[in-house]
Design a binder for this molecule. Structure first.
Ligand code: MN
Length: 492
């Protein structure tokens, strides 16, 4: 994901149009369409400000359009990006938009607006919102791509929002938007969304992972550099040309997931830094693999052939892990340019790809994106069990979490094993500090009672109650522990 400007910068028409023209991706009519969309959007949003203080259009809509451009999207999509909030947030009517830009762009903007009302905090709406998402996907994947770029920009400016909103939006982004990006095989965007959101959803763990990443980058640097140099020389000699070899550093969020899996033992994670070798043909991938295994000892059971057996989202590559000889192990990924391009940019790459390759788009889609068919099948099922929906969407991130509800239907996200007391602290500090117990599905339960997914909980307070050290044994969540320690005078 190429970002041209800091997220709060207002991008003027001249500057924006320069980028569009200099890319040489558009003919005269297309440049004209994009410029008309800029003028129209700017006028429609006149006077509106973001919480960051930037003008709404030049400080948000134009960023979204530029992300779309960096993904190689068409003029229609870039115009759609510029206009994506005109129906939802301005006086512009569907008819006016239709008249000015025709039905295709109106269809896209309309789709984006319909996705606007998702609030994952409200359980019921959550489900219907997800459903809308999928229906939209099955109708036109381009709507999703605009929405993902919209969310990506919103996450970049999340610090300007009030804390409770920050957390809700961040959680929603991980549960819905990053998921979708992943399903669209847009690895870079999925990672970028997760990394931005992770900071707000789990701030303490975020800091911890950041420290671990920093120190392991420092420790492995020398090894990586020496392996890198040897690979570059030897592959160039073998292939007769110099392949692209670069460092891929594990994203913070995927490192976090791995750390959880390995009990925070960083020594068991081998792919914090990986070397990526980009060659021209699949045959060369196997040739280079042979060369590497001949030169360094491969780690047993770490070799994966995703070329012969692509991942469900279409990802292809060879992965192996080698002993460098200096005590460090290094993961190596070998793929072709096409595989690399598709893995980074996913469906958008394919949308702009097909234009240039002159392939039948539908055939291309069938061959490479059979998940799209699966999504469609999924939506076409008339009777869909709500539980199946959630189960399918819950990633490993949400696997060890439970959703419980307030009597009003607000969703509270807790870790598995959380108790009535955790719930009280999750809602409000004062509620936790003076909690007496809680009604769980209508029955009064003690503070230490463990909650089950989808329990409906109402806390009972008594202002004479104050926390005791005994409470520490009754809670699971770090927030509750911290607050109890703080209010019982015990140092952390
Ligand atoms: Mn927007």
């Amino acid at each position: 994901m190429q970002t041209y400007f800091p997220p709060t910068r207002e991008i003027s028409r001249r500057r924006f149009m320069n980028i569009i023209k200099q890319s040489k991706s558009f003919n005269e009519d297309e440049v004209d369409l994009i410029e008309r969309a800029y003028i129209f959007g700017q006028k429609a949003h006149r006077g509106q400000k973001r919480l960051s203080g930037s003008g709404y259009f030049a400080g948000h809509c134009v960023h979204v359009a530029l992300y779309l451009h960096s993904l190689g999207m068409s003029a229609t999509m870039i115009a759609g990006g510029l206009l994506h909030d005109t129906l939802e947030d301005t006086e512009v009517s569907t008819e006016e938009l239709q008249e000015a830009f025709g039905s295709e762009i109106t269809f896209l903007v309309n789709g984006v607006s319909r996705l606007g009302d998702i609030k994952y905090r409200y359980y019921k709406r959550h489900i219907s919102g997800l459903r809308k998402f999928f229906v939209a996907v099955s109708k036109d994947v381009r709507i999703i791509i605009i929405k993902l770029c919209d969310r990506y920009h919103n996450l970049q400016t999340l610090s300007y929002l009030p804390p409770d909103k920050q957390r809700r939006i961040a959680e929603e982004s991980m549960l819905i938007h990053a998921q979708l990006a992943h399903r669209l095989n847009m690895a870079t965007l999925a990672q970028a969304i997760n990394d931005l959101a992770f900071k707000y959803v789990l701030p303490d763990d975020y800091q911890k992972v950041q420290r671990i990443l920093k120190s392991s980058l420092k420790g492995g640097e020398k090894t990586i550099r020496s392996v890198y140099r040897k690979i570059l020389t030897e592959t160039t000699a073998a292939l007769g040309y110099q392949p692209l070899v670069d460092r891929r550093i594990k994203s913070l969020y995927s490192l976090y997931k791995k750390l959880l899996l390995k009990n925070w033992n960083v020594a068991l994670i081998y792919d914090i830094i990986a070397l990526r070798i980009i060659v021209k043909t699949p045959a060369e991938c196997y040739q280079i693999l042979g060369l590497i295994h001949g030169r360094w000892r491969p780690m047993p059971n770490r070799f994966k052939d995703y070329i012969a057996q692509p991942k469900a989202n279409g990802y292809q590559s060879l992965h192996t892990t080698i002993f460098s000889g200096s005590g460090y192990v290094v993961e190596i990924q070998i793929k072709t340019e096409d595989m690399h391009f598709l893995a980074e940019y996913g469906v958008p790459a394919h949308l702009s790809y097909k234009k240039h390759q002159g392939q039948d788009p539908l055939k291309f889609e069938k061959d490479h994106f059979h998940w799209l068919d699966q999504l469609r099948l999924f939506v076409d099922q008339k009777e869909i069990d709500v539980k199946d929906y959630l189960q399918d969407l819950e990633t490993d991130f949400f696997k060890d979490q439970i959703f419980v509800l307030t009597p009003k239907g607000d969703i509270i996200n807790l870790i598995k094993g959380a108790t009535v007391l955790d719930f009280a602290f999750a809602i409000h500090t004062d509620l936790g500090l003076h909690a007496k117990g809680g009604y769980v599905n209508g029955k009064f339960k003690a503070l230490k009672t463990r909650l089950q997914p989808e329990d409906i909980v109402e806390i009972v307070v008594n202002k004479n109650i104050t926390p005791s050290k005994e409470w520490l044994a009754w809670v699971q969540t770090p927030t509750a522990k911290r607050l109890i320690r703080h209010h019982t005078g015990k140092r952390t």
